[in-house]
Design a protein around this ligand. Structure first.
Ligand code: GLU
Length: 331
């Protein structure tokens, strides 16, 4: 890491999203994400006089609903190179907010925590009245340029909050106030362009990567539960080609009995079945019958994050329910 007299050298990886989006019209809804290239973005940022040397690399320019294994792999490889490069002190990723929590968590699980890696997005396009993109970006640069940010895994900066990747959730579809929240842990720091305050020490005692990045992502669908959900919905997801299933259950990860019976049969035959909750702050603990059913409890992970962790575990050869459960239990 550079000493106090030299500016931190940060690699900025662009993937698109609203932060790179154009509203086109101040009053009409003409908005398109992923329009501004990373070089143009950094040119716009240059006049702000940020205390960092920024180098850009375009990984993609997409709405994050279209971000999946190919972009994940390209990000992982670019950041792995940056981790090994003495000329890079930290990484900022610009990303759409819709699936930022999934990409951030995947990278958190599969990258070392030796240098700051910070994901940032925006709720309003770059040319919208009251756009939050550049403000969030300045905050993200401030976090990524702080040596204290390492040892905390991938961080997500939205507004003036800094969230850990495992906790970060998008909780509002629009508006800049509190669009993201941390669960079960709230903000791990607060940041403004002028100040950065950390709450507590870095938590990654072993900073090496926890899991290998998947060579292939196994098929893991999410079954969204409703009152009276019928078995045909589950049957359509339960092809022979799936390796795991995440339930977005009602309440504490519950399902109507006929659907639960169907999943018990598949879990006892070796399918990894994780019970998560469709409730926003849905903590799902193990229940006594989970042992016999061979179900896994998602604990504090929401269904989309549970899916990421389950894919990583299965790709890393960890398919036994107790091994999967202990990964869901460890923060
Ligand atoms: N759907 C787009 C995306 O996730 C725009 C949403 C956003 O970035 O806030 O990239």
């Amino acid at each position: 890491m550079s000493n106090a007299k030299t500016l931190p050298r940060l690699l900025v990886l662009g993937t698109g999203g609203t932060i790179a989006g154009i509203a086109g019209d101040a009053l009409r809804h003409e908005y398109r994400p992923g329009q501004i290239g990373i070089d143009e973005w950094l040119e716009d940022a240059a006049h702000l006089g940020m205390q960092a040397e920024l180098t850009g690399k375009q990984i993609a320019n997409l709405g994050s609903e279209d971000i999946g294994p190919d972009v994940w792999r390209a990000l992982h490889s670019a950041i792995s190179d940056a981790m090994a490069d003495d000329a890079v002190d930290g990484v900022v990723i610009t990303h759409g907010t819709d699936t930022a929590e999934e990409t951030a968590f995947l990278l958190d699980l599969t990258l070392p925590a030796t240098k700051p890696v910070v994901m940032v997005g925006a709720m309003r396009p770059a040319d919208a009245v009251g756009s939050d993109g550049m403000r969030n970006f300045v905050n993200a640069v401030r976090v990524a340029g702080d040596p204290e940010a390492s040892g905390r895994g991938v961080l997500v900066v939205m507004g003036d909050r800094v969230l850990a990747a495992r906790d970060a959730r998008k909780v509002r579809t629009r508006g800049t106030d509190d669009a993201f929240r941390g669960f079960p842990r709230g903000s791990v720091a607060v940041v403004t362009p002028a100040a950065l305050d950390w709450f507590g020490k870095p938590w990654r005692d072993n900073t090496s990567a926890r899991y290998a990045f998947p060579a292939e992502f196994p098929r893991v669908p999410v079954l969204y539960a409703t009152g009276g959900l019928e078995t045909w919905t589950a049957e359509r997801l339960l092809g022979d080609d799936i390796r795991g299933l995440v339930v977005a259950g009602v309440g504490e990860g519950n399902l109507p009995d006929p659907v639960r019976q169907l999943l018990v049969e598949r879990a006892q035959a070796g399918l990894a079945v994780v019970r998560a909750s469709r409730v926003d702050e849905g903590l799902v603990d193990r229940e006594p019958e989970d042992d016999a059913n061979r179900f896994i409890a998602a604990r504090a992970l929401n269904p989309q994050k549970a899916r990421i962790l389950l894919m990583v575990l299965l790709a890393n050869g960890k398919g036994a329910p107790d091994a999967i459960q202990s990964a869901f239990d460890s923060p």
